[in-house]
Design a protein around this ligand. Structure first.
Ligand code: FMN
Length: 222
């Protein structure tokens, strides 16, 4: 697979087969992803590979909280703007409704929406669950570097025929993540990443997201 094909065939997968991914492959992917550039080569990312025991503990804790306190979230950073506006809110709504309609979820069916969202907390059934963190005193640049690392990891996964889903959902339960792994106090949870083989029978995986035409976000200056 060439680089362009690896990039364009990457999409967020929300249903994986239980087919295992060997630990050797996981290590290889992480080492490849660490070839990502970072400002002054400081490599500020931390990767936590969650084994079965840790995953079970973490998933149980998040599901338990969501059952007891629906809608409860806490995060150490704001992924999204506080005040949503166009064109962003429209794009956000579109992907939400496109996903829900593929899953047979009607507008207003909050229970089914919560169930679909809850799949995040099982890494959508992926055999590999990672958590990405950066140290608390690092600045915005390190978060950029971490994002580049995650994308490199996901493209590398495509190179091996694997699929992925980046998951900010975990960051909204960072306190439970930090207890379950456990994480040092000075590491902030950026996101999780699920990696594995696509379950092609999963309706959510039929989602194909659109992108804006180049002219909308590109300015060619003289
Ligand atoms: C940092 C990051 C966090 C994301 N978090 C989630 C998440 O928690 N759950 C989820 O289902 N998708 C998540 N996504 C996937 C986005 O919804 C997806 O990338 C976007 O809709 C474009 O679709 P595509 O990845 O299939 O191209 C996240 C994407 C990024 C880049």
């Amino acid at each position: 697979m060439d680089a362009i094909e690896a990039i364009t065939s990457r999409r967020s997968i929300r249903g994986f087969l239980p087919t295992p991914v060997p630990m050797e492959t996981v290590r290889h992917l992480i080492e490849v992803a660490a070839r990502a550039p970072s400002g002054s080569n400081i490599q500020p990312w931390h990767v936590h590979v969650l084994g079965p025991e840790t995953r079970a503990r973490l998933s149980a804790a998040v599901h338990e909280r969501r059952a007891a306190q629906p809608g409860f979230e806490c995060s150490q950073y704001k992924y999204y703007p506080v005040n949503w506006r166009e064109p962003y809110i429209g794009r956000r709504r579109k992907i939400g409704w496109d996903l829900y309609s593929l899953c047979g979820i009607q507008k207003g069916d909050t229970e089914k929406m919560a169930t679909q969202h809850g799949k995040n907390f099982d890494f959508f059934g992926a055999p590999v669950g990672l958590m990405l963190t950066v140290e608390a005193d690092m600045e915005l640049g390190s978060w950029i570097d971490c994002g580049i690392f995650v994308q490199t990891l996901m493209i590398a996964a495509r190179g091996l025929g694997l699929h992925s889903c980046p998951q900010a959902a975990w960051a909204y339960h960072h306190d439970l993540v930090r207890q379950a792994i456990p994480l040092p106090d000075n590491e902030k949870v950026v996101c999780g990443v699920a990696i594995g083989h696509e379950d092609t029978d999963e309706p959510a995986n039929r989602l194909r997201t659109e992108r804006e035409p180049l002219e909308r976000y590109t300015t060619f200056h003289a």
